[in-house]
Design a protein around this ligand. Sequence first.
Ligand SMILES: [Zn+2]
Ligand SMILES: [Zn+2]
Length: 319
Amino acid sequence: MSSRYPILALAAVLVACRPAAFAQSDFKVTLLGTASPTPRPDRFGPSTLVEAGDQKLLIDAGRGVPIRLRQIGVPMGRIDVLFITHYHSDHVSGIPDVWLTGWLSPPFGRRTAPFHVIGPVGAKSLMANLEKAYALDIKIRLEDEKLPPEGIATAVEEFDKDGTVYEKNGVKVIAFAVEHGAAIKPAVGYRIEYKGRAVVLSGDTRYEPNVIKHGTGADLLIHEVGSARPELMAASVPVQRIIAHHTTPREAGMVFAQAKPKMAVYAHIVLLSSEKIPEPTLDDIVAETRQTYAGPLTIGEDLMSFEIGDTVTVERYKR
Ligand SMILES: [Zn+2]
Ligand SMILES: [Zn+2]
């Protein structure tokens, strides 16, 4: 090997010397976006990539998903299925971008099969109306760029109760209802099983026993969290309403303590503030979680990844 690439050479040696116990798993989760609707340069809209064997599943598609996928070298055209948790715009606003840009001919796109979407009732209407909204772009690119018509077609499946919603080549996805608020229905979480291991996503929810039921014994339990400082909670009815739609760190700790995942992780971190009162810090979130939970806990970041093997290995994104 050329001495011009000493770091690559070292990496090759390290990979070659990896003990069997730490062999790379083919079950991996990457947080693509961990924010709330608040526009932040460091945290994009909610979205999670789950790679199991040769399948790539996307759970929600918030703001900026195509950029995050590009950063980790996953072509949008390679996404096998998009699963939707609920229809708040921050969870679905990236869908037209993934769908349309994933059809283009450069290497980041190249989808040649229908865009497969699975979600609770509402998915068919959403995709049918996106097809209407972008009809002119689709017509233009079919005629001008001669892109394959199958690549922009959609294949949408809806469900209205808990149960298995996807099963292929050893990957099983189970949807379960969660409680995000009386007016915010449907709302679901997902449990993804592969080779006897499980990754569970809470979706957006209040403290929810169904997350404990489906999350029990999971390798990775990805949970949302919402928090505001006590003085802001006391002063603002809208803040109280938003927090009531989410799970506080203390409540999430109660979920984790009962479900006992190998690793608990916060994604979709909703931190509220006002002009006078700052948002809670991530240290505040951890401290409050520790009131009810002492087990493994990670504060998610965009592009943080988790390898699901005998243990759960957490890796931060190296820029
Ligand atoms: Zn929501
Ligand atoms: Zn949300």
